[in-house]
Design a protein around this ligand. Sequence first.
Ligand code: DHB
Ligand code: FE
Length: 289
Amino acid sequence: MARITASVYTSHVPAIGAALDLGKAQEPYWQPVFAGYDYGKQWIKEQKPDVIFLVYNDHATAFSLDCIPTFAIGTAAEFQPADEGWGPRPVPVVKGHPELAAHIAQSVIQDDFDLTIVNKMDVDHGLTVPLSLMFGEQHPQQGAWPCAVIPFAVNVVQYPVPSGRRCFQLGQAIRRAVESFSGDLNVQIWGTGGMSHQLQGPRAGLINREWDNAFLDQLIADPAELAQLPHIDYVREAGSEGIELVMWLIARGAMADVAGGPAPEVKQRFYHVPASNTAVGHLILENPR
Ligand code: DHB
Ligand code: FE
């Protein structure tokens, strides 16, 4: 059967992609950011996932105010890096896993979570920056990222956004779906976006280290309680874009302990301020074998 072996959590700051693409990763400003991912780059080479179920948010790139799906699963064979205004990032095409994605859509929708099915979609920095952080620089000429990726887009841009509680429950349904797939696959689930940041208005530039670190503590130790946190608390404490953090609860909900299994091992925990306007957080949780 397919199995979720680990979850990875990371911020997705677009300037991180630009720093990599423009050869600035070794500059003193960026070096400490990338250093936090050295462990993860080595770890993922050893883990060799077959598929990453990548929970992220689209930033009015593939979607717009014309159509706002709350939860959208990418079922296509491939997804092109999006042009966000200065040309597509020079990274490989994202290869999907249509069989597993279609199976998850079937299972999760029948489990009462109403997903939008997307057969054509470009993917923006919300998806490509986490891949760059974990796999390092990859050039389009290499053809593809090291494994298949199922993009799963969550609306955290236009209100109303889904609650942390809904996201946590959805993660549990995704785990059931993956485990009922007949193929033998090593699947990781990633929760991305965050941590504290606010890009607009009088509070632009807001960072809340204490709150972010308490979020990481509780995400590890008591995600069911964390899932009860109302969205207004994210916005008040972590800024208007801090709401991206609800996506981390989808990945956390898919871990074995939530369904009565053993607690995950914390393989990496990293926190750094600043990267662009954002506090960068990163966690790796592994399900014991
Ligand atoms: C920044 C952070 C984001 O999450 C985003 O989507 C865009 C910009 C920033 O820090 O500048
Ligand atoms: Fe963002």
